[in-house]
Design a protein around this ligand. Sequence first.
Ligand SMILES: C[S@@+](CC[C@H](N)C(=O)[O-])C[C@H]1O[C@@H](n2cnc3c(N)ncnc32)[C@H](O)[C@@H]1O
Length: 205
Amino acid sequence: MAERPLDRAMEPYYERRSAEYDDWYLGSGLFAERDRLGWDEDVRALVEAVSSLPAARTVDVACGTGFLTRHLRGSVVGVDASAGMLAGSRARHAHPLVRADAFALPFGDATFDRVFTGHFYGHLIPEQRGRFLVESRRVAPELVVVDAKIHPDVRPEQMQERVLNDGSSHRVFKRYFTAEQLADEFGGARVLFDGRWFVVVSSPR
Ligand SMILES: C[S@@+](CC[C@H](N)C(=O)[O-])C[C@H]1O[C@@H](n2cnc3c(N)ncnc32)[C@H](O)[C@@H]1O
């Protein structure tokens, strides 16, 4: 059988990674030695792009430690499947947090103006993408997606071997995009940010 992530299959990995997750953004811990030209500048520019989104009723799906959530304006709710990630979020901002599955959001139709999701969509296999889109569209008209920018030497779709501080190793499915490719995934979304490491697109219904 092909090695593919199933719904919730990544939970143990993210739970285990939660305490060290921000090392990826901050270039600390295992990421201190990574050669990531322009990374810090691009993180700052990404934060600026997120901060510039108009205030709205927003649900941040798969919000992780709230690194981006805290910069969203308006009435914001964070959702994640991992208790450890949510604990990181709780330490960072005062927005309500809900432990739930991104594919079965515990909200009524059109509860929000916007679904925001960072570095989650690019981990989904095709069948999950469709389900995530249906669920996003159900709870909000707008979908804003932050994901990883492709580089010339990077395969657009790959299974990655990821090692954590405790030495454990995990297989993770990951995609990389140009801004145009990510926009095309949603039938021609608007590109809000096209950086060296990150892309952000907004797709109205
Ligand atoms: C790569 S992290 C991204 C965190 C944050 N959005 C960011 O941009 O830094 C992926 C997040 O997705 C969450 N996640 C994975 N599967 C999920 C699911 N089925 N439902 C809700 N959250 C999920 C993980 O717990 C993790 O916090």
